[in-house]
Design a protein around this ligand. Structure first.
Ligand code: GLU
Length: 296
């Protein structure tokens, strides 16, 4: 498989050093492998996505010395593809509608239980199963409700070991062939949302459909998404997609050891640019080699 990777930011704020590290790492790996680097705009959060931030993503990445084939895939243009995947999972009895609000989930998950503290997964509190039906729902897939995956049923349907190949390293140094444990998916991840009330898809669903449709061979992303990767690999098995290789990379942290977030405006690429910093200095700050040929 030819090396094809992508950088997939959400246009909900300025790119910071952590994004630059991810984008440059993916770009450099693609260049080394003689492969392709794609840019994808993950704009399913319609309340927070802004054209202004999207425009700045292009500007910042070009300034860093990156280029990519056009047109850029924007998730909001591909709701049909997400709907088709959801319909497939619905028809197989793997989804159910959920009308719980966040506070209902907090209340149900925090109720005294045998196991002690409520489990927290990649999407926050593990869903306590309030809306999960005994038998799979039939009929038309609802369009105006959140849809959750029935994790136990999904694992039964896959019916075999779920694994992926880690080329980088997980947060605890995990590398090589990673076996995804069904217990970890049930207890530690649970019935995550695959379709939101306001958008036909969720991060997990759309990222998996996009990576398959864009024929991504290597997903390069931060270690903060390592836990979510197990959900993606499960979905790839369910939907009959190829499982890409994963390259989780270290996170860029501030002086206090915290992972950078969008609110860290002082570490925004635009701020460094405005202060007269060069792309080569950004690479240097991030411990990345200068691009050959002086491109950076
Ligand atoms: N859009 C995600 C983010 O900004 C990353 C997507 C991915 O690598 O799967 O964190």
């Amino acid at each position: 498989m030819n090396f094809r990777t992508r950088f997939a930011p959400s246009p909900t704020g300025p790119l910071h050093l952590g994004h630059a590290f991810s984008a440059l790492t993916a770009f450099d790996l693609a260049r080394e492998a003689g492969g392709t680097f794609l840019l994808r705009i993950e704009d399913i959060d319609r309340t927070r996505a802004r054209a202004q931030w999207e425009a700045q993503i292009y500007e910042d990445l070009h300034w860093l010395g990156l280029d990519w084939p056009e047109p850029v895939r924007r998730q909001s243009d591909h709701t049909d593809a997400y709907m088709a995947a959801l319909e497939d999972l619905w028809a197989r009895g793997l989804l159910y509608p959920c009308s719980c609000r966040r506070r209902d989930i907090v209340a149900a998950a925090s109720a005294p239980q045998e196991g002690g503290e409520p489990a927290v997964g990649p999407d926050g509190l593990v869903y306590p199963g309030t809306c999960r039906p005994e038998t799979p729902p039939r009929g038309q897939m609802p369009r105006d409700e959140a849809l959750r995956i029935d994790m136990r049923r999904a694992l039964d349907v896959v019916g075999k070991d779920i694994n992926f190949f880690e080329v980088g390293a997980g947060p605890d140094g995990e590398s090589g062939l990673i076996e995804v444990s069904p217990e970890a998916l049930i207890e530690g991840v649970g019935d995550v949302v695959l379709s939101r009330r306001d958008f036909p898809g969720s991060y997990h669903l759309s990222v998996v459909v996009d990576d398959a449709q864009q024929e991504i061979s290597d997903v390069v992303r931060g270690q903060d998404l390592f836990e979510a990767t197990q959900i993606h690999v499960l979905l790839q098995h369910l939907l009959g997609y190829l499982v890409p290789r994963y390259h989780h990379h270290r996170l860029v942290r501030d002086e206090a050891g915290r992972r950078l977030a969008k609110r860290d405006n002082d570490r925004a690429i635009a701020t460094f640019r405005a202060e007269g910093c060069t792309p080569a200095q950004i690479r240097d700050m991030l411990g990345l080699e200068t691009a050959p040929g002086g491109a950076a």
